[in-house]
Design a protein around this ligand. Structure first.
Ligand code: DC
Length: 333
């Protein structure tokens, strides 16, 4: 179940305007979230103190909503947007898309603008955790672009192709059936329809992903897919070249980093938690090797964009990282 937020302004405090606005807001929420009245658990309204002629909840009942409904009045805080109705819809849905209409759109420039956040950085910097938590906090999608390169590497392994043979890799890419889907708010990576989300996390795939991601034929296909996804919806993308190459015009760019040792320690603990054998020194060496290859490759190397905010997570908790990024986004909205 998710909480879907929304708001709308009314031109005047009359029952007709309130009825019209509530209908418009709830229809907008249903359409944007692709939910039916049966999916809705309850609807709660609050309205500014200048709305006194009709209960928004009554308007919702008149529209045919049979779930529990509730209306309340907000305190008359000076400077708040006048004649505004806010709503929170609890519904059985996987992703909650907020809907802010008419004058209320000004309350959420972050969503009405379409929010695209680019998070780049080396392995183990904490960028995936930050991206996942940030997307959750903002109620938008998280696209893990590393997973896509990992899937390309796995496709090569399954085809018995040596990733140093670019022509053979190109042949694999030509018939690659890669899809990214979202279920339960989680990204699934599908190769030929099979869910490979776990398999692509194997340590040997990490190294091969770094190798295939240096090839032009792989990058051009993945970058096109990433741009297409990001052009259609608000999302957080994490990777190595999002701010520099995939979406150079993104308004919100961050370069997430941490010391080699801290990053190796995080990967070590992650691998052990997944049940993979792990030797700290090997991981540290692999991380340094991967950093070198990712940063020195000719095509779209790992590099901090000139306009990115640097986030050094070495001494930060995951919560502090998200808070820091959220504050920076709010400053720019
Ligand atoms: O973030 P990750 O460890 O899952 O990424 C796997 C590899 O893919 C990594 O070595 C670099 C590469 N990659 C890339 O080149 N560009 C991206 N946007 C994301 C990942």
């Amino acid at each position: 179940m998710k909480a879907i937020r929304g708001a709308i302004t009314v031109p005047a405090d009359t029952p007709e305007e309130i009825r019209g606005a509530v209908k418009c807001l709830l229809n907008g929420i249903r359409q944007k979230n692709n939910i039916s009245p049966d999916d809705i658990v309850c609807i709660m309204f609050s309205s500014t103190a200048d709305i006194t002629s009709f209960y928004p909840a009554k308007a919702a009942r008149e529209c045919g909503f049979v779930c529990p409904l509730f209306s309340s009045l907000e305190p008359p805080v000076s400077g708040s947007l006048p004649l505004c109705i806010r709503v929170m819809v609890l519904a059985e849905t996987e992703v909650a898309v907020p809907v802010y209409l008419r004058g209320a759109a000004a309350l959420r420039k972050d969503i009405t603008e379409m929010l695209v956040v680019a998070l780049d950085g080396p392995a183990g910097s904490g960028k995936s955790t930050a991206a996942r938590n940030l997307a959750k906090a903002l109620d938008i999608l998280y696209l893990d672009t590393g997973a896509m390169y990992r899937a390309c590497a796995l496709a090569c392994v399954r085809s018995g192709v040596d990733v140093s043979d670019e022509n053979a890799v190109r042949a694999v890419m030509d018939k690659l059936d890669l899809k990214v889907e979202y279920r339960g708010g989680r990204q699934l990576t599908l190769l030929g329809g099979e869910d490979v989300s776990e398999e692509i996390r194997r340590p040997e795939i990490s190294q091969l992903a770094s190798e295939v991601s240096a090839l032009g034929c792989v990058r051009s296909a993945m970058v096109a897919m990433q741009r297409k996804i990001a052009s259609g919806m608000s999302c957080v993308l994490d990777g190595r070249d999002i701010g520099t190459n995939v979406l150079p015009d993104a308004k919100y760019k961050f370069f997430v980093t941490a010391s080699d040792e801290v990053r190796a320690k995080r990967r070590y603990e992650e691998n052990r938690a997944r049940g993979y054998e792990a030797v700290f020194e090997d991981i540290l060496r692999d991380i340094r090797e991967r950093d070198k290859r990712d940063s020195e490759r000719a095509v779209a190397p790992l590099k901090c964009a000139d306009d990115a905010v640097i986030v050094d997570t070495s001494d930060m908790t995951p919560e502090e990282v998200v808070q820091f990024i959220m504050n920076k986004i709010q400053e720019k909205v």
